[in-house]
Design a protein around this ligand. Structure first.
Ligand SMILES: Nc1nc2c(ncn2[C@@H]2O[C@H](COP(=O)(O)OP(=O)(O)OP(=O)(O)O)[C@@H](O)[C@H]2O)c(=O)[nH]1
Ligand SMILES: [Mg+2]
Length: 267
């Protein structure tokens, strides 16, 4: 298990002044004292993984910087994949995140403001880190979504199969993601959560599958309660993110995979 100091996410705009281990801890920003951040560490059930959680209590942090500049000691060389949880309030974004991070199902509903998590995992034999930003589904926080979306490399677009309205909302949320990212080819999975509540189903698998076929994405049904497909959605998304990064670096370095030589000018 890591100590709190070692696993803390370092925020680019915040200097942490206090570190203690194992219990939720509040940090005060040196340069912006009105910004408070709480952090806690947890042991993971998997011995090969380590994890940390940061709860952001104010929202004027530059989130792009927060996620992009996050580096843990000794883990700087690991690939880092940045994933954002998106969806209406109460669909199970936090429950899925906590199940993936800590193998726990939380029954109580406590609306999220913004929580960020980090875990070291093994993706197809390679040690990587995943950053998960669990965003607020409640409309009160809709205005700050753009900032969150900007920092993401991959998105889990979550709805509840028991609430058709939450399915309808995914189309608009996807539009917002594409608008913010200014590109079409964004790694994104549509997730129909609460699959354990079959008797309350309002969205059929066919309806959801038809929508993703228009988007060119994948549709997966999960249950944060039973853990069905929870690992699958995070790992499948990381694979898509990795694939996109690889093809981008290939494009950058030319078709042969070799770095393009800089134009040389001899005077
Ligand atoms: N039966 C069942 N309940 C679930 C499942 N996922 C979440 N819940 C419950 O649904 C409620 C809302 O879950 P949250 O994870 O807090 O929802 P959220 O999407 O994070 O909501 P916001 O933070 O407001 O955006 C909680 O009471 C959870 O226990 C699931 O797969 N099955
Ligand atoms: Mg939540």
């Amino acid at each position: 298990m890591q100590t709190a100091g070692a696993s803390l996410v370092k925020l680019s705009t915040v200097t942490l002044m206090s570190v203690s281990s194992l219990s939720p801890t509040t940090f005060v920003s040196k340069n912006k004292p009105n910004q408070l951040v709480t952090a806690e560490t947890c042991s993971s059930s998997s011995s090969s993984s380590s994890s940390s959680r940061t709860t952001t209590l104010t929202f004027d942090l530059q989130l792009t910087g927060v996620m992009a500049s996050s580096k843990n000691k000794g883990q700087t060389s690991l690939a880092l994949h940045k994933v954002i949880m998106v969806g209406s309030g109460g669909v199970g974004k936090s429950a899925l995140t906590l199940q993936f991070m800590y193998d726990e199902f939380v029954e109580d509903y406590e609306p999220t403001k913004a929580d960020s998590y980090r875990k070291k995992v093994v993706l197809d034999g390679e040690d990587v880190q995943i950053d998960i930003l669990d965003t607020a589904g409640q409309e009160d926080y809709a205005a700050i979504r753009d900032n969150y979306f900007r920092s993401g490399e991959g998105f889990l677009l979550v709805f509840s199969i028991t609430e058709h309205e939450s399915f309808t909302a995914t189309a608009e949320l996807r539009e917002q993601i594409l608008r913010v990212k200014e590109e079409e080819a964004i790694p994104l999975l549509l997730v129909g959560n609460k699959s354990d509540l079959e008797e309350r189903r309002q969205v059929s698998a066919e309806e959801a599958a038809a929508r993703v076929s228009e988007w060119g994405s994948q549709y997966v049904e999960t249950s944060a309660k039973t853990r069905a497909n929870v690992d699958k959605v995070f790992f499948d998304l990381m694979r898509e993110v990795r694939k996109k990064k690889m093809s981008e670096s290939k494009d950058k370095n030319g078709p042969s995979g070799k770095k393009k030589k800089k134009p040389c000018c001899i005077l």
